[in-house]
Each structure stands twice: as C-alpha cells, then as structure tokens.
Design a protein around this ligand. Structure first.
Ligand code: E4P
Length: 233
C-alpha cells in the first residue's frame, strides 16, 4: 500500500504549513491568508532580525495561534533544560527547539516529561529521528534542503522517517524543514510529512501560477468589454 494511502487511514488531518521566519511583517502578512498553522525560528533567523528573542516570540504568539518554535542555545543538557523551562513560560504555544545531540536528548527527556512541547532540530538520519521520538519529542525536523546541498536526496530522509514512524505507530510529527522551493513542499506532501516549514518566499510561490494570472486577466477584460452583462450591477 502506498505511503500516502497509509497516511490517509492513520491520520485524516491536512498537511500543516509553518513559516520559517522571525520577520514580524511577513508573519502578519501571511497570517492574514488564514492558513499559517505555526512558526519555526532559529538563532540565525532571530539574529537576522536583531531583536530580543523573548519579545519576538511573544509578538509572534499574538498573531499566530499555533506552535512557535524557539531554539535553545546552550549545548549542555542542564543549560538546555534551564532555557527550555524559561521559554515554555513565555507563552502556552511555545515549542522548545532542541538540537539533536546526546545532551539534547537528555534535555528532551526531562522537558517532555514536564509537559513542555519539544521540536528536535538538525535531524539528518532515521536513527536520530527515532531517538528524538523515544526521548519524547513532539516534532522532529529533518532538514531536507541541507541534505540536497550535499548532493543527497533530502526527501528520501523525510520519507524514511515517515515510514519508520508509521511502522511503530509513533505520534511524533515529522516537520519537513530547510525547504527551499515549492517542489520540496510537494515532495513532502507526497511522502506524508505532517508539516512543512518554509520561508515566506516559498509560501508566496505556492499560491502563484502564471496560468491563474493569465486566466483571471482574460476573464476580467472580457467582462469589461461586455457592457450588456453589467446592466444590473
Ligand atoms: C527549521 O526549523 C529551520 O529553522 C530551517 O528550516 C532551516 O532552514 P535552512 O537550511 O534554509 O537554514
């Protein structure tokens, strides 16, 4: 049975779209479309904005009613736990993002047992995804674009994680990350990833199609030419 069909049987929810940005104007703009389900940030995205992390996460939480990933920068488990506990108090929708290291796993185990939502980031293999799930992660983020960057098939990593999680009935969500273009999103849908997180530019491209634009232009110009069609309007 194909992957997508199994997915349909096990989970009838639609793929979720997250924005991978800390740009508040972009978040406001795309939130107004009504289909942004969550936000992922990382230290690079926050540093691009040059803003205070806590303030920005709370601003985002005012706009988006869904998971908002905020990443720890400690590299030892005690530090990650301490930062994660603080972040979780910033807003009920904060998901603490923890890197896929052995110290990270220890922190995931502790924080998830406290009911704190966790996104394990920088996942590049199936065993890493499985370990993160076992530790209690709510989300795992395979970085498909970065795998493509080193001449491997990023989508195969995502597909393999989806398959293995299904084999074991694992509830951890597969969050396809490091998405670079619309084809990545389509590929992620086809293999049954739960979520795709993407930069605003990719989100834009998902909507646009030249044939839609051409078609609309023709409909409107034909309508304008027909005065008798508009007598009652
Ligand atoms: C995901 O959570 C990461 O923030 C992001 O997708 C990384 O993408 P990049 O490889 O384009 O930096």
């Amino acid at each position: 049975m194909c992957r997508a069909r199994i997915k349909l049987i096990l989970d009838l929810s639609l793929m979720q779209f997250f924005l991978d940005t800390a740009d508040i104007d972009a978040i406001k703009k795309y939130a107004s479309w009504g289909i942004v389900d969550g936000i992922t940030t990382n230290p690079t995205l926050i540093s691009k904005e040059g803003v205070d992390l806590k303030t920005r996460i709370q601003e985002i939480a005012e706009i988006i009613d869904g998971p908002i990933s905020s990443e720890v920068v400690a590299t030892d488990s005690d530090g990650m736990v301490e930062q994660g506990r603080k972040m979780a108090k910033w807003h009920k929708n904060v998901t603490v993002k923890i890197p896929m290291t052995s110290e990270g796993l220890k922190a995931v185990k502790i924080l998830s047992a406290e009911g704190i939502k966790i996104n394990v980031t920088l996942v590049f293999s199936v065993p890493q995804a499985m370990m993160a799930a076992k530790a209690g992660a709510d989300f795992v983020s395979p970085f498909l674009g970065r795998v493509d960057d080193i001449s491997s098939e990023g989508i195969e990593l995502v597909a393999d994680i989806v398959d293995v999680f299904q084999n074991y009935g694992i509830q951890t969500k597969v969050l396809a990350a490091s998405i670079r273009h619309p084809l990545h999103v389509v590929q992620a849908m086809k293999v049954g990833a739960d979520i795709a997180t993407m930069p605003p530019a990719v989100f834009d491209k998902l909507v646009s199609h030249p044939l839609t634009d051409q078609g609309l232009e023709k409909f409107l110009s034909d309508w304008e030419k027909c005065k008798s069609c508009q007598k009652e309007q």
